[in-house]
Design a protein around this ligand. Structure first.
Ligand code: AMP
Length: 534
């Protein structure tokens, strides 16, 4: 076979050659912006010329601090394809973490959305490697800013040449993008994605039993583009020439519902808290979701009650998926197999609510405390280990953490899982969130999801309380739906759980709270919860 490198150039050039007429839509600051892949390609050329003009060299990092927008998509494709590295900054990091990741990655240029300027202005004096700031909004006017030197994205692009020869000599093993995990302890850890990893990940995502995107799809990534490549959607959707929709700055559930209806979105992806918010809105206001083929839900476990509510109330299937920043990120996705169509509905739900089967190209297993392989019986719990061509082999400039998590050729996920006879994995918990009561494990996720099936409950998170005799006991922190506040008691929740799980597992305490704190990517923040309530 030919020695042909797998690089993002093939994604970009294919989109230009085949899909020049296909549309890309963005909710921009002053209204809806529409253009096509042909115009998009020209702007990626202008962008590459602009970055060269700013002195960015091959292999250097170009950071983005941005919402999901068409400009962010231009950066997603132009930066790696010209041989530089796209570093997506999480806009919800604390200032100290932002300073750390920008300096650690040695970012040369930061491309920042206008309404996020204050985040950078507050830390600008601590950034040691940044040479330019480029501000993104929908005019060529430079807004007032304390950043220097600062440029307008639109002005630079308007002045740049529309012709650019993206290089053909990039090595597929060269870095294309990077992202830092939002570690709950210690500094964030950097993961570098090679061109090869992104391309193979995209191919695997494209298969029908995984995301199965096609030219006929309209794709809207709700998952932030700063989080693990927006689960690969911008790359895969560009490769297939799907229409893409970008929700722009600070989208709320009502805005997302409107976009799904108006743009006839067929496929989106996001964390469970997003789908909880959308369900609450869509239950009150009727939207037309008839175009939707599926909402992909990942990042944390989906409660069965939420999955059922989407089927019953909105007629939209939610498809469960699992991955990590370290895994580019898709590892598993849950669709039933053809012969399961004959199974009773409840049995199908037990499959759909699991995290799914391994993506083509990856390998996984569960191991016990001494590293021994555990059986695939759907019951035995062990740590999930993963390997494959888009799984990180190390953390960026962090040999200590690399040695801890990447051992013997496997990524050690710290997730406790079972694998059943059909090959479906079920994530029981993070190792640190499992509750160890009298030597037995209680899955906090399992209990949360059972509580969230109670009609009065909006959200629930379960954490371990220290206990003299049993070591740890579960405490459930529950947010009630507004109509039920003050009317539902601790006893109501406990008796709802009784019979659904063993008596000894029932929570010692049910605490009603106003809100469950969320992490920077919208997951329940149990570390913060422990700090607040223990
Ligand atoms: P991040 O790198 O921020 O995307 O976090 C990855 C972690 O999120 C995983 O190690 C899991 O603990 C958790 N996670 C991701 N997807 C799921 C899922 N579908 N169900 C349960 N946990 C998940």
């Amino acid at each position: 076979m030919m020695n042909y490198p797998l690089t993002t150039k093939s994604i970009l050039e294919r989109a230009k050659m085949l899909y020049a007429k296909k549309e890309i839509v963005c909710r921009d600051y002053s209204g809806m912006f529409r253009y096509n892949y042909g115009q998009f390609y020209e702007r990626t050329c202008r962008l590459a010329n602009t970055l060269e003009g700013l002195g960015v060299k091959r292999g250097e990092r170009v950071a983005t601090l941005a919402w999901n927008t068409h400009r962010h998509l231009e950066l997603y494709l132009a930066v790696p394809t010209m041989g530089c590295v796209l570093h997506t900054l999480n806009l919800r990091l604390f200032p100290d973490q932002l300073i750390y990741v920008i300096n650690h990655a040695e970012d040369r240029v930061i491309m920042v959305d206008q309404d996020l300027l204050p985040l950078l202005e507050a830390i600008k004096d601590k950034l040691t490697t940044v040479k330019h700031f480029v501000i993104m909004n929908d005019t060529a006017e430079l807004p007032q800013t304390a950043l220097s030197p600062a440029h307008s994205y639109e002005k630079l692009l308007a002045e740049a040449s529309p012709a650019y020869n993206f290089p053909s000599d990039l090595d597929e093993w060269s870095p294309a993008a990077m992202c830092y995990t939002t570690a709950t302890t210690g500094d964030p850890k950097g993961v570098v994605y090679t061109h090869r990893a992104i391309l193979l990940h995209s191919l695997s995502c494209l298969s029908t039993d995984m995301m199965g995107l096609s030219e006929r799809d309209t794709v809207m990534a709700v998952v932030p583009m700063f989080h693990a490549n927006a689960w690969g959607m911008p790359f895969t959707a560009t490769w297939t020439g799907s229409k893409q929709v970008f929700p722009g700055s600070r989208p709320d559930p009502a805005i997302l519902c409107q976009l799904i209806q108006d743009e006839k979105v067929t496929m989106t992806a996001g964390v469970p808290t997003i789908w909880m918010g959308i369900l609450q809105v869509a239950e009150k206001v009727k939207y037309d979701f008839s175009s939707v083929k599926g909402f992909i839900c990942g990042g944390s476990a989906i409660p069965l009650a939420l999955m059922k509510a989407y089927d019953e109330k909105l007629g939209v299937p939610v498809i469960h998926a699992y991955g990590m920043t370290e895994t580019t990120p898709l590892v598993t996705l849950s669709r039933t197999k053809s012969y399961m169509d004959q199974w009773p509905e409840d049995q199908q739900y037990t499959i759909r609510v699991k995290q799914g089967v391994v993506a083509p190209g990856l390998e996984l297993k569960i191991v016990g405390e001494n590293g021994e392989d555990l059986p695939h019986d759907g019951k035995t719990m062990g740590e999930l280990l993963i390997r494959g061509p888009w799984i990180a082999g190390e953390y960026y400039k962090n040999p200590e953490k690399s040695a801890e998590c990447m051992k013997d050729g496997w990524l050690h996920t710290n997730d406790i899982a079972t694998i059943d006879e059909e090959g479906y994995i079920f994530i029981c918990d993070r190792t640190k969130d499992l509750i160890k009561s009298g030597g037995e494990w209680i899955s906090s996720v399992d209990m949360e999801n059972t509580i969230m099936a109670h009609p009065a409950v909006a959200e629930a998170a379960v954490i371990a309380m220290p206990h003299e005799k049993w070591d740890e006991r579960p405490m459930a922190c529950v947010v009630l739906k507004p109509d039920y506040a003050g009317k539902t008691t601790e006893e109501d929740i406990k008796s709802f759980l009784d019979g659904k799980m063993a008596k000894w597992m029932l929570p010692d305490k049910v605490l009603f709270i106003e809100e469950i704190p969320k992490t920077s990517v919208g997951k329940f923040n149990k570390k913060e919860l422990r700090k607040l309530y223990l």
